[in-house]
Structures are given as C-alpha cells and as structure tokens.
Design a binder for this molecule. Structure first.
Ligand code: SAM
Ligand code: SF4
Length: 469
C-alpha cells in the first residue's frame, strides 16, 4: 500500500544542508532481475543529483535491493540493516544524514514489519513501485517510515527514465533486460507470485528500443530476463501478442547486438517456436537454463509444477535435436516436504541422464504464505544437508567434465574486461564459462575465436585463433 500522504502533500526537496555532493550506494541481493532493477534505481538517483558512493561510509543514501526467495536471504538483510543502523548513528554524530531504503522482494513481502524490526529504515519500496523512488525520498526528508508496496496499474517501465548512455557504457558489454515480470504458476514452494505479482510482459517495441540504446552504448550481448521469461507474450506495434521466440529474433536483429540469451524458463512454456529459435537464430547462445527442481513425479506434482519427468526429457531431446551443442543448466530443491530417499534417488538419476554444464541447488526453505510451508512431513535439516552435498558433488563432477570436454575446442568468446594479469583479457564462452586469453584491451566488446587449452576451477583459458570481429 502507498502510505496515506499524497505526493502533493510533500514539500519540495529541501535544499540539502550538507555542503558535500550527495552520494548513493545500491546493494543488490538475489537474482538477475534485482541486478537490472538496481541499475534502473541508480539511473533514478543519478537524475536526483546523487553521485556514486564508493562504499557505505561515504553514502548519504543506501538502498538495499533485497531478496526473499529463501529464509537465509531475508535474514542476511536484517543483519546488514543492523550494521547500517550503527553507521547511520555514527554519521549523524558527525553531522551527516543517511537515508536508508529497503527495496525488492523482502520489502514487498514484509512491508511495515521491516520498520518495526529496524526503525532506522526510512523508506520501504516494493519491486513494482520503485519508479516512485524520487518522491518517496522527498517524503522521507520530512518524516521517516515511508512505505510503497503497491502493485500499481501503471506500467513501471513507462515511468522509468531511459538509462543514460555513459552509465550504460560503464556497466560493460553484456546487459540484462527485463522483458517479463511476475508469475501466475504458484509452485507450492515459491514466494515470487506474492512478491512480484501477476505475470506481465513488456511491449516488444519498448524492449527493442531499450536494446537499441544499449547497443549504441557498446553492449554486444543481451540476456532477456523474467521470473518466467518463456511465458513472454508482449504486444507488438500492431498490438499482436508476440512469444519469446519472436522477441529473440527482433533482439538479434538490433544493430550491434551479437549474442542473445534468456533466463529463466519453465519447462511448460518451451513452445515449438522457441525450440526452433535455437536452430534458426545464430545469435542465440547455445545455453539454456531450464529448471526442473526434482526428478520425482510425486514431488513435481506436489510442487504444482504441472509436468512429469518424462515431459522434461522430451523437451530436452527436442532442444538437443534443434541444437546439438546446447549446454543445459537447472535449479534443484532438495528436502521438499515429504521427499523420500527414493524421490531423492530419482533426482540423482535424472541428473545422470540429462547431464548439466552448470546448475543451482538449494535446500527447501519454508516461505511464509506458500502452501509448501504449511505441509506436514517437513524434512530434517541434517537430511537436507546430506542430500544437498550428494547432489552438488554429482553436479560439480558434471560441470568439471563439461569444462574438460572443451579442451581443444574452438568457440567464439565475447571479451568483457581486462584480466588479472597484464596483457590478459577475459570474456564469456557461448556456454557462459569465463575464458581468459592473452590479448590487447582493444578486444573488449569484440568476439574472437578461441581455442581452449586448459581449465581452472572456475574458468577456462585459451589462445585467440581468429581476428576479432
Ligand atoms: N521460474 C523459475 C522456475 O520455474 O523454475 C524459477 C525462479 S525462482 C525465482 C529461482 C529458484 O529458486 C527456483 O528455481 C528454485 O530452485 C529456488 N527456490 C524458490 N523457492 C525456493 C524455496 N522455498 N526453497 C528453496 N529454493 C527455492
Ligand atoms: Fe516461482 Fe518459477 Fe514456479 Fe513461478 S514458475 S512460482 S517463479 S518457481
């Protein structure tokens, strides 16, 4: 809810009594959507006259863009807020005011509870209303405890200023673009439908205009993101609904864009066109994050995933038929309520059958308000810890095997930044691995073919074998 003072009631921003220029620090927790939202908030605060703070010590405004997906993520924020309260008091003694904002999914889920638990917080703003941030900050100048966790009917994106070219250029050659938000699937364990709201897609034109601006600022790779990105159904300029495959084709056609990715996808929304896009669109990277969560049909049904293990195998087979070199990744949850040793064994079996290049795996965390949190047969933490360790060991073996299989292969690397050693540059392979190579800094922003010569624990290294393009 937007709090009761109307925006007109609020006095215009009082001249800042502090003589030094104001600085803002935005700390992003959780998913790629939050990284994107943090950048858009940074654009807003820059327009409001804030420079970038180097750290909390010199920040007049601190925004924590929070995550609520698992209990640990939320607890981390409260401990961070405790430290910030002390810092705020210290700075006040030195005559400097610090405004503390909690944004993101924890803000949406807990709203006023955050102010009760930590009175030092000035503003609580949800992920669908952060375009109101400048007004909320002005309100916070006259009184603390301002809350906006509305799901406004207006399109947030239409109210956000375009990112300035210089800020975009500083952020690098690969960028996220949110194209879809929210979720209507209500998996039993997941808080997203409650924190991000109903599923909504941005119009094609708005997304493509944004990608065009990114390309003009030097971005060469875009990842189209959404909580459930392949449910995308944005309207085109003729007001026709466009599925994700159409949006990928349009993004790939933007002048300057060399590579397109998308995340995160639900197996049930992998439609024929999207699978065909992996065959037909050269710029679409051969890497797909397709979470299954569990290899047990019984658990999948209880999770409300609405597909079986067999359906997932069918989709994987179709994708591999369309693009034989595709690398797969997934999310897994262990210790879901009622998960037996046999269910867990089925997850291990699925992992062995599919083979993943990378993955994310978590212990089930009961989220207040979700149906799984209320279920009986909650699994003991020691069992969760053991299952997670077993699963992660298998997934890590697969990741290392995938990386080892890259030795001797040649593929295009998009160089993103200087390496740690002089004369070295680092980029990303089509399969999302970090790749180091000897080469000039002028390679940054270019694609070059690299022959992979070796692997480290978290990256590959190789030799550039073609001129950059
Ligand atoms: N939309 C994606 C899908 O359908 O798979 C997932 C998006 S969700 C934000 C990211 C991941 O967090 C999920 O795939 C799941 O593995 C994990 N996750 C979500 N809720 C969780 C919970 N309550 N406990 C543990 N992990 C959870
Ligand atoms: Fe959460 Fe993904 Fe399920 Fe939606 S589809 S409820 S985002 S896990």
């Amino acid at each position: 809810m937007f709090d009761s003072t109307t925006l007109e009631d609020v006095r215009p921003a009082a001249a800042n009594p502090q003589t030094q220029p104001r600085r803002a620090l935005i700390k992003s927790f959780g998913c790629q959507m939050n990284v994107y939202d943090s950048q858009r908030m940074a654009d807003l605060t820059a327009l409001d006259g804030y420079g970038e703070a180097a750290g909390v010590d010199d920040a007049d405004l601190v925004i924590l863009n929070t995550c609520h997906i698992r209990e640990r993520a939320s607890e981390k924020i409260y401990s961070e807020l405790g430290k910030l309260r002390e810092l705020k008091e210290e700075r006040l003694k030195a005559g400097r005011r610090t405004t503390l904002v909690v944004a993101g999914c924890l803000a949406q889920a807990e709203g006023g509870e955050i102010l009760r638990r930590q009175a030092a917080v000035d503003v609580v703003v949800g992920p669908q209303s952060y375009h109101h941030l400048p007004e909320l900050l002005r309100k916070a100048e006259v009184r603390s405890g301002v809350i906006d966790t509305e799901f406004p009917v207006e399109d947030k994106f239409a109210h956000l200023p375009p990112s300035p070219l210089e800020a975009t250029a500083r952020r690098g050659v690969a960028a996220f673009v949110t194209v879809q938000e929210g979720c209507d699937k209500f998996c039993s364990f997941c808080i997203v439908p409650y924190t991000r709201g109903a599923e909504a897609s941005r119009p094609v034109g708005a997304v493509i205009d944004e990608i065009g601006r990114l390309a003009r600022a030097g971005v060469r790779e875009v990842t189209l993101i959404g909580q459930n990105v392949n449910a995308y159904h944005g309207l085109d300029r003729d007001r026709q609904a466009t599925r994700l495959a159409g949006l990928i084709a349009a993004a790939a056609a933007v002048n300057g864009i060399r590579r397109v990715r998308y995340a995160t996808s639900h197996p049930n929304d992998m439609d024929e066109q999207l699978i065909a896009a992996h065959r037909n669109i050269g710029a679409l990277a051969p890497y797909l994050h397709l979470p299954i969560q569990s290899g047990s049909d019984r658990v999948l049904a209880s999770m409300n995933r609405r597909h079986r293990v067999r359906d997932y195998h069918d989709i994987v087979a179709q994708i591999r038929a369309a693009r034989s070199d595709i690398a797969l990744s997934s999310d897994f949850i262990v210790g879901y309520p009622g998960e037996t040793e046999a269910d867990f064994g089925a997850t291990l079996e699925l992992v062995r059958a599919v083979g993943y290049a990378s993955s994310f795996s978590f212990k089930f965390s009961a989220r207040p308000g979700t149906s799984a949190a209320e279920m009986g047969e909650q699994i003991d933490d020691t069992v969760k810890v053991r299952r997670l360790a077993t699963l992660q060991a298998l997934l890590e073996d697969q990741r290392q095997a995938f990386n080892a299989g890259c030795i001797g292969r040649r593929f295009e690397v998009l160089f993103e930044k200087p390496g740690r050693h002089e004369g070295q540059v680092v980029g990303r392979s089509p399969y999302m691995q970090a790749v180091h190579a000897e080469g000039p800094l002028s390679l940054i922003g270019a694609l070059a073919e690299v022959e992979i010569a070796g692997i480290g624990p978290n990256s590959l290294w190789g030799r550039i074998v073609s001129p950059a393009s």
